[in-house]
Design a protein around this ligand. Sequence first.
Ligand code: PAF
Length: 282
Amino acid sequence: MKIVSTAEALREQLGEWRRAGDHIALVPTMGNLHDGHLSLVRIAREHAERVIISVFVNPTQFGEDEDFEKYPRTLERDKLKLKKVSVDLLFVPEVATMYPFGIDKATTVTVPALNQELCGSFRPGHFDGVATVVSRLFGLVQPDVAVFGQKDYQQLLVIRRLAEDLNLAVKIIAGPTLRDEDGLAMSSRNQYLTDEERKIAPELYRVLEKTAEALHTGNRDYAALEKSAVEQLTSSGFKPEYLSIRRAENLDAPDRDEDHLVILVAAHLGEARLIDNLLVEI
Ligand code: PAF
């Protein structure tokens, strides 16, 4: 695995691979890798001769009072983890490589169709930061495919939308959410949980499953289902931001006869802000 941190070195290696006719798959991450990330790398490998993983804790997607400073930076451990999978290149840019004109003067990308609601309303500017950094990674790498986890469902739709809207020649692939045995979705932020909170955390997925079950049995009173789910989470010790049933395709409010739904949830548990979602095909 080659490790590269500058745009020049990246371009040089990409040129060599492209001249050889290789396709390139990109897995963007913020590091602190877990098995969920490794599964995205394995998916990438099925789609291209060359796999690049990027590790960059992107400052522009964190709000002022969020965890940018304390976000776990574990590059040496990440490198060891990557030995378990097949990666050709690890791209670890500095802020100046990702934002050559500085963050204040950076050209930004915004996806107004999806950036204000759900997580966007609790984390103003977050999806603009994501769209901006992902566009920059796409510009630097020009991948044929890029793989993102379905756990960040709204992020996935934002990225799909920006790629389609800007006519980018990159295919966006979703990797299924990996879960611990008790159902908790794998996430870098799970490590903020205390032992006690870790025992409560899988309740988030159980509430999603219960809500999905109700939808499957014909209950389409979305507002009542959402209210009851939020109450269950609150009584388990979470501070829920939202639990919302939406159209899976575009996060619009669903009609009563919608077949493709997604239930999305964000809730605080102690120091951790956890998100999860469940697709429901009726
Ligand atoms: O999902 C993440 O880890 C980040 O939001 C991403 C897509 C790497 C952009 O910084």
